[in-house]
Design a protein around this ligand. Structure first.
Ligand code: IPD
Ligand code: CA
Ligand code: CA
Length: 274
């Protein structure tokens, strides 16, 4: 695809993420209307307002593209080579508790492969943009993954599922890494985890049980920032696969060595597993 078309998509998505981010920023710290999708999986009126803005503009501009939005907004096209993948508020739990670490995440996939990834953190005014073959930027400046080449010198990150059974398994991997790395973090936003790898603030991230909207944009950011993205067995990454291992590339094999010693979900039970 011509670079100018990719640039147009990226510019459009970036403006959309900024505008949706402004909606979140305006509502941050206010009392929220909270609904629960499960025992602890929240959705607020802000998730819905940001998604309505994004989905409405995507439908107007790209009526022939498919839309996959976390809160269920639909596109008009039933099938298309192009799919927009949207998380209007990644880090809802942080947001609802007044913790200013969350982002808007928007990706465009062509035939199942990401071509545009945009993540916007409205509280820090940080806009991450990537397009296939065009590198990744933070507020317009090119970014690159870290040069960290040893696990013990690395700072890694993971996330914990909303499913308690899965959390116990995830804790086993966490415990295993504790004595092998310099530090482990949990930001509460998969999209920011990936952007922070892309710009060298973090070195590795793994999580099972994630959804396409959590990682579609950020995964492209990591590859375009020079890093590596696979599933948790080292196989090719696809945003629908519900698991991700991303790193600066240099420590990828070492991360994998630890992760593969933990039980993977059995076929047909991809919902569970550490
Ligand atoms: C969640 C965050 C979190 C990750 C969860 C996601 P949400 O997204 O990205 O970091 O650990 O798996 O579901 O619910 O805040 O949009
Ligand atoms: Ca999310
Ligand atoms: Ca969300």
């Amino acid at each position: 695809m011509a670079d100018t078309i990719l640039d147009d998509y990226a510019r459009f998505a970036a403006q959309l993420a900024r505008d949706a981010g402004a909606v979140l920023r305006d509502r941050f710290g206010q009392p929220h209307e909270v609904r629960f999708k499960g025992t602890i999986d929240m959705v607020t009126e802000a998730d819905q307002a940001a998604e309505a803005l994004i989905a409405g503009r995507l439908r107007d501009a790209y009526a022939d593209h498919c839309l996959l939005c976390e809160e269920g907004s639909q596109g008009t096209a039933l099938s298309s080579r192009y799919r927009w993948v949207v998380d209007p508020l990644d880090g809802t739990t942080n947001f609802a508790h007044g913790l200013p670490t969350f982002a808007v995440s928007i990706a465009l996939e062509e035939a199942g492969h990401p071509i545009i990834g945009v993540v916007y953190d409205p509280m820090r005014d940080e806009l991450f943009v990537s397009h296939r073959g065009g590198g990744a930027t933070l507020n317009g400046e090119p970014i690159h993954v870290s040069l960290t080449d040893r696990l013990i010198a690395s700072i890694v990150v993971t996330g914990f599922s909303y499913d308690f059974e899965r959390r116990a398994l995830q804790a086993d991997i966490w415990r295993d890494f504790l004595t092998r790395v310099q530090a482990i973090r949990q930001t509460g936003s998969a999209a920011l985890n990936l952007c922070y790898i892309a710009c060298g603030r973090l070195d590795g991230y793994w999580e099972r049980g994630i959804s396409p909207w959590d990682v579609a944009a950020g995964a492209l950011m990591v590859s375009e920032g020079g890093g590596t993205v696979t599933d948790m067995r080292g196989g090719p990454f696809h945003s629908d696969d519900r698991e991700i291992l991303a790193s600066n590339g240099t420590i990828h094999a070492d991360l994998l060595d630890v992760i593969v010693t933990h039980e993977a979900p059995s076929p047909g039970n991809a919902q569970l597993g550490a």
